[in-house]
Design a protein around this ligand. Sequence first.
Ligand code: ADP
Ligand code: MG
Length: 720
Amino acid sequence: PVHRSSEIQEARLKLPVLAEEQVIMEAVKENPAVVICGETGSGKTTQVPQFLYEAGYASGIIGITEPRRVAAVSMSQRVAKEMNLSTRVVSYQIRYEGNVTEDTKIKFMTDGVLLKEIQKDFLLQRYSVIIIDEAHERSVYTDILIGLLSRIVPLRNKRGMPMKLLVMSATLRVEDFTENQRLFRTPPPVVKVDARQFPVTIHFNKRTPLEDYTGEAFHKTCKIHRMLPSGGILVFLTGQAEVHSLCRRLRKAFPFRRGHSSLPRIDLDNYSALPLDEGDEDREAEVREEEEDNDDEGSDLDLGDHPANSGKIQKEILRVFRSPPPGARLCVVATNVAETSLTIPGIKYVVDCGRVKKRFYDRVTGVSSFKVTWTSQASANQRAGRAGRTEPGHCYRLYSSAVFGDFSLFSEAEITRRPVEDLVLQMKDLNIEKVVNFPFPTSPSAEALVAAEQLLVSLGALKEPPQMERARLSCPITPLGRAMASFPVAPRYAKMLALGKQQDCLPYTIAVVAAMTVREIFEDLDRPAGSEDESQKLTQRRARLTQMKKLWAGQGASLLLGDLMVLIEHVCAYVTAGAVGACEFAGCTPKFCEENGLRYKAMLEIRRLRAQLTNAVNAVCPEVGVFVDPKMTPPTEHQVVCLRQIILAGLGDHLARRVQAEDALDPKWKNGYKTPLMDDPVFIHPNSALFKTLPEFVVYQEIMETTKMYMRGVSAVEAE
Ligand code: ADP
Ligand code: MG
């Protein structure tokens, strides 16, 4: 039996999902798979696991997957608290950490964690129930998990170890799961939770600002705050930089004066230090999606988690759940994360910029770019809905109704918008031979699947069947492919790790791979400065960084590794300037990073990944016995040559050649590089260590389109 406090019990009873407890449990009893639809905030995530627990489904573990780390951590803590159980029983597991014990009965985890567990035990025998949460987000791993579980659940039933599957969605659009014959032959029942939603009045702008929507959001927020009755404000922007900039402006507009009516200053980088004053008129907090910005989104290296400092985010999240002091107004500036996965109480006004930041890939050329685009009608409506949770509310859309009419109805499933070689390799490792036949809720295109198989064949992870068998057989996985599949990085980088093992430069390979797969390790020193002072600092640091890069990259053989050498040097954190000696990476401080133009968070992420990759390599081949050397010395010239070969083995198809003199007549080709797949030139970024050298042949990690087509992670190759 569960003993809840009366306060918790009272709050629970207000949640719409409570009214459906019987219907849900009945459906679960009668069916192997059930879909639950209910508005954000109706209580799905926090309550359904409790229903199952109380109905006796905790003979094994009740597992719940979340597409985001932040949700896995905060929801596990919330449920533990509601049930009055310790975190030994209601636990979480995300990529780098967790508090699961042998007593765990309810386990929140990221979808990637569950996928890895399926690789170890296809039948998931420790679980009695799996709940796939936030299925409407259509994240790649969620989709794959539903496909896999549609097979695992019947298998378990056949073997007399029944298991239940619940799929939970915040929208009613679930046909891709229910009406997909390949997925579930008998369509699973859909239980709709009727959320008592209060009416939200939608206000469209007459005109649509094309550029400065952050400025428009600022004016609207100030206006609401000055003119409208009490109630929290939730502002939707597209990325971390915008969130910070708006918060800065709002803090300035309502500066902190102790004892006076104004905003307390909340420095989120040092959040816990600041007290909340009574009598402040406003309160401001911000929810940041864990690194949803360019830096980490779409880092395909890991299965499902996005790098984050979850401890700190956790504090920030808890903060928005506290009610503001009397006379104060809560203002939350957020990105997409507040759209469905978190319900912030007390919101009456929503300001919606109508946009979303997404990563785009060009399927043919592999060029990727981050673009801010219009969101879909479905998500704009989700955003508006946030204003009507506790009383009637208002949503201010910073665009016209005509523009809204042109939005697509729904967002596309992520799996149709990105390369799939990592998924194909994981599936082959699960012995799914014909990936085309996999019951995807929405299938990736046939071209994307073919391209993925081709790349995996060229990396040696799959074997091409003999010519005459090709029509009938698909490519089987090789032993190398199996080893690669066990590394938590994309296949190209997994290949490098597998090769590194054979040479004596494994620690460097691990360091390079860790650094390559973490995005944006350099701080953006070209960003617009907020003040005179900051501008001066940025200029100083730019100069210093340029000097360091020259020192790091400009030595003999190392030159050929270009940006990757700079990465190695960073990871070694070996300050060559005047041979100062080793700066222990373990001691890499925020100050060191700031002085060297590095992003501290990225460095921490690299450190964790290095440790994780080192463990993974040791698990695959214990005989090599690598360890994370905090004082790694820079590689010798011979090792650099080996490293280059290793890198080339993973990026061999990402070769570019500098344009020859005769082509260079056209100004658009000046300093340009030619790649096999594109008609237009690509370039070495001015920030690159090889910008001045312009070697004849280079390999690159990826092509990013920003102001120009730029290669990222460039390394020089000698002509044969
Ligand atoms: P759903 O999954 O349907 O969107 P949830 O189960 O996440 O709904 O949320 C149900 C309620 O629990 C919401 O009103 C939300 O504000 C509240 N809630 C969630 N986490 C916390 C927390 N850490 N502290 C206080 N309230 C919370
Ligand atoms: Mg939820």
